[in-house]
Write a protein that binds this ligand. Structure first.
Ligand code: AMP
Length: 546
C-alpha cells in the first residue's frame, strides 16, 4: 500500500523559494572581489537567480547542460548557483587552486558550456582557453565599470546580462533525482573524478547537516562560511543557511586572519566553518592584536584533523564552542560532527575536549562502520581501527561517466579510504588516510596524531609526518616541521615536548625542518609530494640498524 501524501519533489529551488518567501529581508553580506562590502537579501538573490537563469537560457543553455563557476563565496556566486540549478542545468564548481592540466581535464570531461568566473580568475582561464573547445561563453561576475580587457572568447559582463532580464521565470520542474551539482574530487592519484549531486541528495543533506546536533543553524544566526562553495558545496551551508533564513556573510577572496576577524566582529557572526589552516591564521591574528570574539558562538573545523591545541584555544581563551567535522566530496560532504551527547554537558571542559578531538558522530542519513581487510565489521570500542565504510542517500553511488568503475561493495557500502576507530558512544576518530598510515613492525602509527601533537608546541606553525623506509621496522615516522615566523626550535626541543604524550614506539625517529609544507587544492597536506621530497632520505636509526 502506498502512502497518500503529496508528491513534492525535493528540488533545491524550494530552498531559495522558502528563503525569499519567509526570510526575504534577511541579509547576505559579501566582501566583494572589487573591494567594498555589499549587502543584499534572500528576496533579491531569488529574483536575480531567476534573471541569471533567463540569461543562461538566452545563451542556449538547456536542462541537463553543465555550467561551471570559478568563484569565491559571494552573493553573486549564490545567485548564479541557484540560477543554474533552477534552470535544470548542473552547476559545476571549479576549484581554482587546481593545476592548469587538471582544470583543462575537468572542464572538458564535464563538458562545461558556460563558465561564470570572478575577476580574480580571468588570467587562469585566459591561460587555458585554447584547450577548452566546448566552452561557448565566459561570464565575468562583475559590473561594466570593472570589466577587464580580456582575451577570453565571448566574454560577457554578469551584471549586464542579468540586469537585462525581468526575472519572470518559472523554475524548471522535474524529478528530484535529476542532477544539479558537480564537484570533482581532489584525488591525489589518477585523474580527478566527478561527484554528481542530485536535487534530492542536496536537499536531504541540507536538512541533515542542519539538525540541532549538527550545524543547528537558526534564522537568528549569522553564518560565515569560509569553506569555499567550490569545496564540496561549502559543506552544505549554501543550501542549509537559506533553508532556515540564517544571515550569510561571504568572505570573497580574503581569508587571512585580519579579514575574517573583521567580518566576524562587524557582522555579528554567530557561527562559522573552515579548515584548520584558516583558524590558525585567525588565532594568530587574535593573539597578536589582543582581540576578542564576543559574538561568535560556534566554530566548525573540518577538512583535516583539528589539533587539540586549536580546540583548546577556541574553547578556553575565546569561549567559542568547537565542532569537529569530517566528510568528503563524495558525501555531499558532511559525514560526522562532534557535538556532545546527553550527560556530557556537565563534564569538566578537558574531558569534553577529549570527545571534541574526535571527528564526531554520524549525522542522520549517514550509515557508518569500520571493517578489517577482509570486510568483516570491527567492534565500536574506540580501540579497533579499520577501513571506514559509509552508506546513505547523499553519498556517491558512482563517479561521472563511470570513471573508477564500481565504487560500492556488494552491500552498497562506499570505502572512504580513511582508517578510523568508532567508540561505544558512536564517536568516530580518523587514524589516517589508509595510504598515509605508517606501518612499523607490523603495527600502525597514526601520522595525524603525531602531527596534531607536534603543532601543540608553541614554536611550531605546521607539522607533517610521513613513513620512511627502515631496514628493521619496515617504516618509521619522520616529523617535518615549519617553525613559527621568527622562532627557533631544535629537534631535541620538539621530541622532549612529545615525550610521554604518546607511546614510546610512536616517537618520530627524526625531525626535519622545512620552509613550507606542500598543500593540495583543498588545503590538505600533500603527503605524496613530501614523500617525493624525502625519497632519498635516510633515518639516523636506519644507519644504526644496518
Ligand atoms: P575532500 O573530498 O577533499 O573533502 O577530502 C576528504 C578527505 O579529507 C577525507 O576522506 C579525510 O581523509 C579528510 N578529512 C576531512 N575531514 C577531516 C577531519 N576532520 N579530520 C581528518 N581528516 C579529514
Amino acid at each position: 500500500m502506498k502512502g497518500l501524501m503529496q508528491d513534492w519533489p525535493l528540488r533545491v529551488t524550494t530552498i531559495i523559494d522558502h528563503a525569499a518567501r519567509f526570510h526575504g529581508d534577511r541579509e547576505v553580506v559579501t566582501r566583494t572581489i572589487e573591494g567594498p562590502i555589499a549587502r543584499t537579501t534572500y528576496s533579491e538573490i531569488h529574483l536575480r537567480a531567476r534573471k541569471a537563469a533567463q540569461a543562461l537560457q538566452k545563451l542556449g543553455i538547456e536542462k541537463g547542460d553543465v555550467v561551471a563557476t570559478m568563484a569565491w563565496n559571494t552573493a553573486r556566486h549564490l545567485e548564479a548557483w541557484y540560477g543554474i540549478m533552477g534552470l535544470g542545468a548542473v552547476c559545476h564548481t571549479l576549484n581554482p587552486r587546481l593545476f592548469a592540466e587538471q582544470l583543462i581535464y575537468i572542464i572538458n570531461h564535464a563538458e562545461d558550456k558556460v563558465i561564470f568566473l570572478d575577476l580574480t580568475f580571468v588570467p587562469i582561464l585566459e591561460g587555458i582557453k585554447d584547450e577548452l573547445p566546448k566552452v561557448k561563453a565566459y561570464v565575468v561576475m562583475t559590473d561594466r565599470a570593472h570589466m577587464p580587457e580580456t582575451s577570453l572568447p565571448n566574454a560577457l559582463c554578469y551584471e549586464e546580462i542579468v540586469e537585462a532580464e525581468n526575472g519572470e521565470f518559472k523554475w524548471a520542474e522535474g524529478d528530484e533525482n535529476d542532477a544539479c551539482g558537480l564537484c570533482y574530487t581532489s584525488g591525489t592519484t589518477g585523474n580527478p573524478k566527478g561527484v554528481l549531486y542530485s536535487h534530492r541528495s542536496n536537499v536531504l543533506h541540507a536538512l541533515a547537516v542542519n539538525m540541532g546536533d549538527a550545524l543547528g543553524m537558526k534564522s537568528t544566526d549569522a553564518m560565515l562560511p569560509v569553506v569555499p562553495m567550490f569545496h564540496a558545496n561549502a559543506w552544505g551551508i549554501s543550501f542549509a543557511a537559506p533553508a532556515v533564513g540564517a544571515k550569510l556573510v561571504m568572505p570573497g577572496a580574503n581569508m587571512d586572519g585580519e579579514s575574517i576577524y573583521e567580518l566576524l566582529s562587524t557582522e555579528n557572526v554567530t557561527a562559522t566553518a573552515a579548515v584548520p589552516t584558516v583558524w590558525l591564521m585567525l588565532l594568530q591574528h587574535l593573539q597578536k592584536n589582543k582581540l576578542e570574539l564576543p559574538h561568535l558562538e560556534r566554530v566548525v573545523i573540518g577538512g583535516s584533523a583539528a589539533p587539540r591545541s586549536m580546540i583548546e584555544v577556541f574553547e578556553k581563551d575565546y569561549d567559542v564552542q568547537v565542532f569537529h567535522a569530517w566528510g568528503m566530496t563524495e558525501m555531499s560532504p558532511m559525514g560526522t560532527l562532534g557535538s556532545l551527547k546527553a550527560g556530557m554537558e556537565d563534564w569538566p571542559l578537558d574531558k569534553q575536549i577529549d570527545v571534541k578531538v574526535k571527528q564526531g558522530r554520524a549525522i542522520y542519513t549517514v550509515e557508518m562502520k569500520i571493517t578489517d581487510d577482509d570486510g568483516n565489521e570491527l567492534p565500536c570500542d574506540g580501540e579497533a581501527f579499520g577501513h571506514l565504510m559509509v552508506r546513505g542517500p547523499a553519498i556517491a553511488g558512482a563517479y561521472l561517466k563511470g570513471e573508477g568503475g564500481n565504487i560500492l561493495d556488494e552491500d552498497g557500502w562506499f570505502d572512504t579510504g580513511d582508517v578510523a576507530t568508532i567508540d561505544e558512544s558512536g564517536y568516530m576518530q580518523i587514524t589516517d588516510r589508509a595510504k598515509d598510515v605508517i606501518k612499523s613492525g607490523g603495527e600502525w602509527i597514526s601520522s595525524i596524531e603525531l602531527e596534531n601533537l607536534a603543532v601543540g608546541h608553541p614554536k611550531v606553525a605546521e607539522a607533517a609526518v610521513i613513513g620512511i623506509a627502515h631496514p628493521k621496522w619496515d617504516e618509521r615516522p619522520l616529523l617535518i616541521i615549519v617553525k613559527n615566523e621568527g622562532e627557533d626550535v631544535s629537534k631535541e626541543d620538539i621530541l622532549d615536548y612529545m615525550e610521554g604524550k604518546i607511546a614510546k614506539w610512536w616517537m618520530p625517529d627524526d625531525v626535519a625542518f622545512v620552509d613550507e609544507i606542500p598543500h593540495t587544492a583543498t588545503g590538505k597536506i600533500q603527503k605524496l609530494e613530501l614523500r617525493k621530497m624525502f625519497k632519498d632520505y635516510t633515518l639516523p636509526t636506519a644507519q644504526a640498524a644496518e
